[in-house]
Each structure stands twice: as structure tokens, then as C-alpha cells.
Design a protein around this ligand. Structure first.
Ligand code: FES
Ligand code: MG
Length: 578
């Protein structure tokens, strides 16, 4: 059936369901009427899905019932029909073994639910880390008109008068506990101080990074990155987004119309300027793969090399998201970056990213600095290569110790997280300030799921002596709220026979971030001999979703998506509902 909207402008796919005559049309409308929908709403108005990741098991998204209500009002106001639906929610703080194991699964839920239902456009309600890439990836494979509403960060928590950053302060304090400088009871009393309001992590961790990336990609309205979750302006943003979604459908602005290569370049550059999470690398690569934009790991280094770190937020700096919002927020950063961005990139607001940011101002120069006086001159994530990471590895120099960015040291190796936990405090390992700690077996396939354990804990004895950072190398990821001289995402990972699996205790490793080098100083011949003795790990899942995951997950350097999910599949479904 060819269907057109009420004003005859663009074809609406929902008409294939709701405008039908006979039994099928009856079925599609009748059951919807049991929810109190009057007949008049089936007149060809745009149907907007509100894709909700609300869950009490995802505390960062626990306020999404309220947020969805405001989206609904906006859709109604603009003459659309809002229909809210749940999708798999992914919370960082509870899910075992790691929420990353389920990002691709959630994206399949989103993609299939959108395509199978009479939706013309969607509002994606995202918050906690993985919910943003999962929803974006699923919607991108459908290439439907879409707008993102992020949940917003928690308010600043304080302990004994000092700000407590989600994750960041916890990592620092747990090191103090291990060093014997803080009691367990004190540590526990910080819990409620840190999480004092609804919202996601209040640092520039992965959630705030991805909410910023959404805005930089042009997929969210101004303020999406930084308005606190409980600020009434977050509700206004949700309402505006609902209304805007209706317009996007009327104008047939699909995701691929916004997600150009320029949009990705802008996101990469903004991520550098805000000191964003290394996880953005993996998620943006996966998203680019879905929408069909050419993007490589090296682009994260080269595209953003001249971008300064403008934002002084934890984990790279001092402040928190509430300060960032008050200082002018992401729009002020976009304006400050000016010609470092492709200012003509289109956004879901209907205006270019440059036009939207034109009126933004910086209100606090301590939090958002100028390009002339930045927090750091070069802020891009560095992509390292060498015989230890032939397909690349990443490090976030802004969160590292400057004196360790060029370092040569003796390796102490661990195989998997359990081995690390069991032995890290063993004095016999002889770990000192110069040691390079290597963790293998924590990549996408090896763990499986590529957990956030790359900021490996330091031995208690070193912490007691006041050492707070060592060079650490792994095929794992790191929480966006974490910090340290940590080399992550080594590809190929150890579990597929990557060189990381061949490192032995005592090998010398050279890290030189300036030269983008990660070198294992072992003769080629010896490495070949070790490779011949290498055997694939045992104990990987043999059935269930875990089996699907290990059989199909790609390596970190291409975004760790499933091989069969890459690409755009559109919205066409053969056959009616039966
Ligand atoms: Fe949900 Fe950090 S735990 S955003
Ligand atoms: Mg996390």
C-alpha cells in the first residue's frame, strides 16, 4: 500500500497499519483503542515511538517515566501520536559480567522493535553509558527519523565539603582505603553523598561523554549534554524533542541525513575538547558502521590532533557536570571551538551546529577555558601502534601522568581478571614504579564482553608508599570516569592470538605516546616461537547469547559490533502482521 500523510507531504509507514480497510485495519486499530485512543488519532498523523530505557535496575535511568511523559506532551502538542515502548535497559552499576556484553543485544531489540511496529519516527531516551550507543546503533540500522533525549547528570554530591565525582572519586578513595588512609566506614558513608539525586554519573564519564557526543553529532537539542537530570529545563528539552520528532517525520529527516562524516568528525573533536571517555571511540566506530560512514580508529587521533582540552572536568580535571552546565555547557564549548568544527553540519533542530551555538556564552572561565589558554594543548585520544598492538590501542593522555607518557619498563603479566585479583598484592612479583602491568584476556571475545577493568589496581605496598600511577596495558576498556596511564583496547586481543598473549614476565615494553608507539622489545624469532606454542583460551560460552557473542563480535578497533549487524537495513518489512 502506498501511504501519504494527511497533508500529502511525505509517505508515512504507519499508514500501512492504521489506514487499512478490512480485517487487518480493524485489528491494528481496534486493539490500540483498548488503551483509550479515539478513532480520530488514526487520521494519518505521525506516530512517534518513545523508546524508553527506564528500569529500576538502571538507576541512572530511573527517572525516565517522568521524562517520557514530557516527551509525550511535546509529541501531542505538535500533532503527533506518541506511543511509548520499553527496550532492554543496560545499567553499568549492577550488570554482570559487564554491560558491554549486552550493547549489541540491546541494539537488536531497538532495531527490530522499531521496524516491526507502525512507527514513523522515534525519540530515544538514553542515559547510562551503553543505553546511548545501543539505541543509536539500532535506530541507525533502521535509518528512521530520530532524536535523542539524554537523562542528564546527577547533581554535585559533597563529602566533608568536597565534591564527589561519580566513579572518579570512588577510584581515588578506594586507593586510599587500600593504602590504609581511609576506613571502610568512612568510605561507605560517601555512597549516599555521591548519588544524591536522579541522573547519570556527574563526571565527564561515558554517559556525559555520549550525551555530549549526541549533541555534537547533531542528534540532540542544545542542553542535551549538560542540563542536570532534576533541572526543570531537562523536562522542557524532552518536551521540545517530542515536538521536534514530529517535524522530523514531516520533513523526512532520517538519521543518515544528520549522521554525515562531518558529524562524526565534530563528535571526535568535541570529545577531545571535553576530555571525553575512551569508550566513545568504540561506540562511534560501531555507529559509523551501522549508518555506513567510513570511519577508522586512526581518525580519532588525526582528526582531533589540533584540538585543545577546554573543559576542566573530572576525570581529567577538577569540576563536575553541574558546574559545566552553569558555565555554559556543551554549546559554549562548540562555540569556543569555532572553525575547528564543521559548523555547517546539520542538526535535528533544523539548523546547523554553528547556527545553534552562535549565541552560547561561557560564564565561568575556570570550567570552560579559551582556545588560547586551554587546560592542555593537545587533547585527542592517542592511537598507539607497534608490534604489541598491530591493529591499534588507545590512551587518553589528558587522564594520564605526564612523566609516564614516555616510559620503558619490565612487564609483569596477568591472564584474566581473576588472576590479577589473586596475585596483584604478591610481593614476589617485585612490582615497582617502573613496572609495566600487562593484563591479557579481557578483550571482547576473551572475557567475554570487554569489561571496564583496564585501570588495573596498583599493589597495596606501592600505594602505601604513595605511588598512584603505573603504566598499565590491556585489551580491556576503562570506565569513562577512571584515570591513569592506561593503554586500552589493544587489538587484536589476546584471546584471538594477538601479541598481548605473548608477553612474558620480565619482557621490556616501550611506550612513547608522542611517537604513538607501543613496542614489545623481544626478538621477532622469539615471538614467532611463542606464537606457535599459543593455544586459544578454553571456557568460552558454548551456548546461549554468550555463544552468539563470542562467535560474532568484532575487535575493538572496528567498534566491537557483531559482524552480521554492520550496515543499514532500513524499515521495510515483507508481509502484514499475522
Ligand atoms: Fe550509569 Fe555511570 S553508572 S552513567
Ligand atoms: Mg562504565
Amino acid at each position: 500500500m502506498s501511504a501519504r500523510s494527511a497533508d500529502g507531504a511525505a509517505p508515512l509507514r504507519s499508514r500501512d497499519w492504521f489506514a487499512g480497510a478490512g480485517v487487518q485495519g480493524f485489528l491494528h486499530r481496534s486493539w490500540m483503542k483498548n488503551q483509550g485512543l479515539p478513532d480520530r488519532v488514526f487520521d494519518g498523523r505521525p506516530v512517534i515511538g518513545i523508546c524508553n530505557t527506564y528500569s529500576e535496575l538502571t538507576p541512572c535511568n530511573g527517572h525516565f517515566r517522568d521524562l517520557a511523559e514530557h516527551v509525550r506532551r511535546g509529541v501531542l502538542e505538535a500533532g503527533g501520536l506518541p506511543l511509548e515502548f520499553p527496550v532492554m535497559s543496560l545499567g553499568e552499576s549492577l550488570m554482570r559480567p559487564t554491560s558491554m556484553l549486552f550493547r549489541n543485544l540491546a541494539s537488536m531489540d531497538v532495531e527490530e522493535t522499531i521496524r516491526a511496529n507502525p512507527l514513523d519516527g522515534v525519540v530515544l531516551l538514553c542515559g547510562c553509558d551503553k543505553t546511548t550507543p545501543a539505541l543509536l546503533m539500532g535506530a541507525a540500522s533502521c535509518d528512521i527519523p530520530a532524536i535523542v533525549v539524554s537523562g542528564g547528570p546527577m547533581l554535585t554530591g559533597r563529602y566533608q565539603g568536597r565534591p564527589v565525582g561519580s566513579g572518579t572519586t570512588v577510584f581515588a578513595m578506594s586507593a586510599e582505603v587500600r593504602a590504609g588512609r581511609m576506613t571502610e566506614a568512612e568510605f561507605r558513608s560517601v555512597e549516599a553523598c555521591m548519588s544524591r539525586s536522579p541522573g547519570h554519573c556527574n563526571t565527564m564519564g561515558t554517559a556525559s561523554t555520549m550525551a555530549s557526543v549526541v549533541e555534537a553529532l547533531g542528534l540532540g537539542l542544545p542542553g542535551n549534554a549538560d542540563i542536570p537530570a532534576v533541572d526543570s529545563r531537562r523536562r522542557v528539552l524532552a518536551r521540545d524533542a517530542g515536538a521536534r520528532a514530529v517535524e522530523l517525520v514531516r520533513d523526512n529527516v532520517t538519521l543518515s541525513a544528520v549522521l554525515s562524516r562531518s558529524a562524526f568528525d565534530n563528535a571526535i573533536r568535541v570529545n577531545a575538547a571535553i576530555g571525553g571517555s575512551t569508550n566513545a571511540v568504540i561506540h562511534l566506530l560501531a555507529l559509523a558502521g551501522r549508518i555506513g560512514v567510513e570511519l577508522t580508529l586512526d581518525d580519532f587521533d588525526t582528526v582531533a590532533r589540533d584540538v585543545p582540552l577546554l573543559v576542566d572536568l573530572m576525570p581529567s580535571g577538577r569540576f563536575l557536570m553541574e558546574d559545566f552546565f552553569a558555565a555554559g555547557g556543551l554549546q559554549a564549548v562548540i562555540r569556543e571551538l569555532g572553525d575547528l568544527l564543521a559548523t555547517d553540519a546539520m542538526t535535528v533542530s533544523g539548523r546547523t551546529i554553528g547556527e545553534v551555538a552562535a549565541l552560547a556564552e561561557v560564564w565561568d572561565r575556570e570550567v570552560i577555558r579559551t582556545r588560547q589558554d586551554p587546560v592542555a594543548r593537545n587533547a585527542s585520544i592517542a592511537v598507539l601502534r607497534g608490534n604489541l598492538a598491530p591493529d591499534g590501542a588507545v590512551i587518553k593522555p589528558s587522564a594520564a601522568s605526564p612523566q609516564l607518557l614516555r616510559h620503558r619498563g619490565r612487564a609483569v603479566t596477568f591472564n584474566g581478571a581473576d588472576d590479577l585479583r589473586a596475585r596483584i598484592d604478591d610481593p614476589a612479583l617485585g612490582i615497582d614504579e617502573d613496572t609495566v602491568i600487562v593484563l591479557a584476556g579481557a578483550g571482547p571475545r576473551g572475557y567475554p564482553g570487554m569489561p571496564e577493568i583496564g585501570n588495573l589496581p596498583l599493589p597495596r605496598e606501592l600505594l602505601r608508599r604513595g605511588v598512584r600511577d603505573l603504566v598499565r596495558i590491556s585489551d580491556a576498556r576503562m570506565s569513562g570516569t577512571a584515570y591513569g596511564t592506561v593503554v586500552l583496547h589493544v587489538a587484536p586481543e589476546a584471546a584471538v592470538g594477538g601479541p598481548l598473549a605473548l608477553v612474558r614476565d620480565g619482557d621490556m615494553i616501550e611506550l612513547d605516546v608522542e611517537r604513538r608507539l607501543l613496542h614489545l622489545d623481544v626478538p621477532e624469532e622469539e615471538l614467532r616461537a611463542r606464537a606457535q606454542r599459543w593455544r586459544p583460551p578454553r571456557g568460552l560460552p558454548e551456548s546461549g547469547y554468550g555463544r552468539l557473542y563470542v562467535d560474532h563480535v568484532r575487535q575493538a578497533d572496528t567498534g566491537a559490533d557483531f559482524d552480521f549487524l554492520v550496515g543499514r537495513r532500513g524499515l521495510t518489512v515483507r508481509g502484514d502482521n499475522h
